[in-house]
Design a protein around this ligand. Structure first.
Ligand SMILES: [Zn+2]
Length: 74
């Protein structure tokens, strides 16, 4: 059983320096494999090892791609 935690991505501003609309996104992160549910390429991210993917989010936007892959309660 996979241990899903949250990796919070902070998206870089666009070329003009404007922040992107969803600037802080929570992704599912597989603690056992040591990798996110899908490659995160749009910004930098930080893993929150104590925050389960299934718990309520702290102002982060939940990644729809991760939700589709992992499910909401994993
Ligand atoms: Zn994601």
């Amino acid at each position: 059983m996979t241990t899903w935690r949250v990796a919070v991505e902070t998206r870089d501003p666009d070329a003009a320096g404007r922040p992107t609309p969803a600037a802080v996104v929570g992704h599912a992160y597989d603690m056992d494999a040591g990798e996110p549910a899908h490659p995160i390429t749009q910004g930098t991210y930080r893993v929150h090892p104590d925050h389960a993917w299934s718990k309520a989010f702290l102002g982060w936007e939940r990644c729809s791609e991760c939700t589709g892959k992992v499910g909401r309660r994993a």
